[in-house]
Design a protein around this ligand. Structure first.
Ligand code: CMC
Length: 449
């Protein structure tokens, strides 16, 4: 599989070590001069790839907050400035006419698609929206209350059984990859809708080839036999924007997982299924569900916003404000700023009166004024507003993280493709062992109680 030329050029430009900046690391009297790599936005990476061979030492960075695992030309984030760009384009540019299909193509293939390329990709999405009929039986095997994220991860893996022509990464041509990407982006939406309908005991609805990506998803989710769900164009645009803003976020937990799994040359279905599992946790994609759980707990506990804030500040109390704070953004989350604007419009449009949404508003206000949150630069993140928007749209809570997974799919695909094209080594971190030193094997009667 070959990378497109524009991306190749940027990658090789970025990979040029900068001779003028050398970092020297000295361990036990042995020194190593490490070249630095300067990214296209001036980020500096110290290349420590010879560290262990030359000094015997490794680096230790729990949470990997200071570790660059790869060079990537897909997404740029400046957490201090609140900047997020896809292939160099600021995310704010997408808000006027959000188009998830176009952004997916941009992320995966490296540049904005021409109208012909968009049409070709849309046609491939439509062609691939159906699941193999045999796959429907798998849904029946899950309990009615199966978590949709578990169903989605299992079903993405199951796709590998139905599309064996895509299992050998080295045999996939650029044209094949176009088809593979379209299959995943289209089918993940059908899987999500079927998981929901199964949980409700409702019949599955086939995708409608006449509908666009978001409208088709809502149709499969909410239409009744003989009664088509009609989507308001503003709601369709808001949903497009939510998906666009989730489409990639460089080396986050789930994307790194996809890259790590892919580094073993595992196929794209298996790698993305692993990404879904990583996304599920409440500190990552599961935060949008945790936000609603938290609002409900506050509501049912009769707590005020101030009391909730006091609990979140109390270090002895495990309660945290879900939907607040971010590992990378330390001033504001640019995705949250855009969603906040649309959130207000959607709430008005849907004429929603909801006590949980009122609490969300009060919490947001209180947290933005409280010194604990201000000093630690903890502000509402993307999950705070996406949870509120999903609730207003009538999307059930257990589907919130699934929505995130649908949105993140093009990012995972783009990273898998980039990593595969770079032909890197298998990911295999080291550790600092802190367990027992050499110990004898004791027979059962010698073992201490
Ligand atoms: N509520 C209360 N205190 C918090 C919160 C919070 N949500 N987040 C961080 N803090 C405190 C933390 O206790 C620490 O305090 P101190 O300095 O006194 O020890 C300080 O703020 C710095 O936090 P940190 O632990 O360095 O932050 P981190 O970078 O390790 O973690 C985070 C980032 C997103 C996991 C965390 O802020 C959090 O748990 N937030 C709630 C979960 C959430 O909303 N996650 C979604 C993230 S956005 C979606 C995505 O991109 O995945």
């Amino acid at each position: 599989m070959t990378q497109c030329p524009a991306v190749d050029e940027r990658l090789s430009a970025m990979s040029t070590p900068n001779a003028s900046q050398i970092a020297t690391i000295t361990v036990n009297g042995r020194s190593l001069n490490c070249p630095t790599i300067v990214g296209s936005e001036g980020e500096i990476g110290i290349d420590i790839s010879r560290l262990r061979a030359e000094t015997g030492a490794i680096t230790l960075d729990p949470g990997l907050g200071n570790t660059g695992s790869c060079e990537s030309a897909i997404t740029y984030i400046d957490g201090d400035q609140g900047i997020l760009r896809y292939r160099g384009i600021p995310i704010e540019e997408f808000q006027a006419h959000p188009n998830f299909v176009e952004v997916s193509w941009l992320l995966i293939f490296g540049r904005l698609p021409t109208p012909e390329k968009t049409d070709r990709f849309s046609a491939a999405l439509t062609r691939n929206a159906h699941l193999h009929e045999n796959m429907k039986h798998h849904f029946q095997g899950f309990p009615i209350d199966a978590p949709p994220m578990a169903v989605m991860s299992a079903m993405l893996n199951a796709l590998a059984c139905f599309h064996p022509q895509f299992l050998e990464p080295d045999d996939i041509s650029e044209d094949d990859f176009h088809e593979l990407a379209a299959r995943l982006i289209s089918k993940v939406r059908t899987i999500a809708a079927y998981a929901y309908r199964h949980s409700k005991g409702r019949p599955f609805l086939y995708p409608d080839p006449g509908l666009k990506y978001c409208a088709n998803f809502l149709h499969m989710l909410f239409s009744q036999p003989y009664q088509q769900y009609v989507i308001d164009p503003e709601i369709e645009a808001a949903l497009n924007l939510v998906l666009v803003l989730h489409a990639d976020h460089e080396q986050n937990c789930s994307t790194s997982t996809v890259r790590i799994v892919g580094s073993s040359k595992a196929n794209l279905f298996a790698s993305c299924a692993a990404g879904v599992s990583a996304l599920w946790g409440p500190l990552h994609g599961g935060a949008n569900v945790a936000v609603l759980d938290m609002l409900r707990a506050i509501h049912e506990g009769g707590m005020s916003a101030d009391q909730a804030i006091a609990k979140a500040k109390d270090k002895k109390d495990p309660f945290v404000l879900f939907g607040f704070g971010h590992r990378v953004y330390k001033n504001f989350d640019p995705r949250a700023l855009l969603l906040k604007k649309h959130c207000d419009r959607v709430l008005k449009l849907c004429k929603v009166k909801d006590p949980l949404l009122d609490i969300a508003r009060r919490l947001e206000q209180a947290a933005l004024e409280d010194p604990y949150f201000v000093e630690r630069k903890l502000f509402p993140n993307v999950d705070f507003y996406s949870g509120i928007i999903f609730r207003a749209l009538g999307i059930p809570e257990n589907m919130f993280t699934v929505m995130f997974a649908i949105g993140r799919m093009p990012g995972w695909i783009a990273h898998w493709k980039e990593q595969h094209a770079a032909q890197g080594r298998i990911c295999r971190p080291r550790q600092v062992y802190v367990g027992n030193q050499l110990s004898p094997y004791l027979s059962p009667d010698q073992r201490p109680g």
